[in-house]
Design a protein around this ligand. Structure first.
Ligand code: PGA
Length: 254
């Protein structure tokens, strides 16, 4: 069984110095009170180098929030997975709903991005999730299955351990309304079944399935206790060292 993975997604927040300071505080907190959890933080791209430096020898992994699928070329404003590896990134978040919705990333773009990340030796946090309208019309699991099938299409079975899947219902992100435990367990089980059907039972269980969407120190203990949840993707509550550390520590007893 994989160790749980807790990821802090800082989105478009922070300068080099504020991000380095926050990363340093989280690293110090974990050094003083280690937790049996893998931790990654995803600062904005302008702060990746500063955060890498601030993390020093800390086991905390560095994640980027997005990348282009090509290695280089005429793609103004984009950053490639080759470049992210060059500056010491370990993970890239792919297919976050803000990318899908605000920047119109399609399933096929996400498929190409995921492949580029894996081909370049990085690991991916692949986000999937339904909108409120999709949930209310009973299509949540169909949408998630479609997103997974498309994203994983071009990949071999033996790279699944390089991918964590984050179930993030769009209606729960940044809204203060997290999905309830039975909704989360149901979707996570469906994802497990899908992976088992695609990859076989033993490969399917190598993939960690994270929950994300309005996770905070109050709801995290109940979410972390769910047997189907093998990690959390945390947005707003990862912008303070103490709240992020208390979420990480919820997995102490798991
Ligand atoms: P939130 O964001 O925790 O602020 O809801 C989660 C995410 O977008 O990954």
């Amino acid at each position: 069984m994989n160790r749980p993975l807790v990821v802090g997604n800082w989105k478009m927040n922070g300068t080099q110095s504020s991000c380095a300071l926050l990363a340093g505080k989280i690293a110090r907190g974990l050094r003083l009170h280690p937790a049996p959890v893998d931790v990654a933080i995803a600062p904005p791209s302008t702060a990746l180098v500063a955060v890498r430096r601030a993390l020093g020898k800390s086991p905390i992994a560095l994640a980027a929030q997005n990348c282009h699928w090509q290695a280089n070329g005429a793609f103004t404003g984009e950053i490639s997975s080759v470049m992210l590896r060059d500056i010491g990134c370990d993970f890239v978040i792919i297919g976050h709903s803000e990318r899908r919705q605000l920047f119109l990333e399609s399933d096929s773009m996400i498929e190409k991005k995921l492949k580029a990340v894996i081909d370049n030796g990085l690991r991916a946090i692949l986000c999937v999730g339904e909108t409120l309208r999709e949930r209310e019309s009973g299509r949540a699991t169909d949408v998630i299955t479609r997103q997974l099938r498309s994203a994983l299409k071009g990949l071999g079975k033996n790279v699944i351990d390089k991918i964590a899947i984050a179930y993030e219902p769009v209606w729960a992100i940044g809204t203060g309304h997290h999905a309830n435990p039975s909704q989360i367990s149901r979707v996570h089980r469906r994802i497990e079944q899908f992976l088992a059907s695609l990859l076989g039972k033993s490969k399917g269980t190598e993939c960690r399935i994270l929950y994300g969407g309005s996770v905070n120190p109050d709801n995290a203990p109940d979410l972390a206790a769910l047997k189907e949840v093998s990690g959390l993707l945390v947005g707003g509550a990862s912008l303070q060292a103490d709240t992020f550390l208390s979420i990480i520590r919820c997995f102490n007893k798991k």
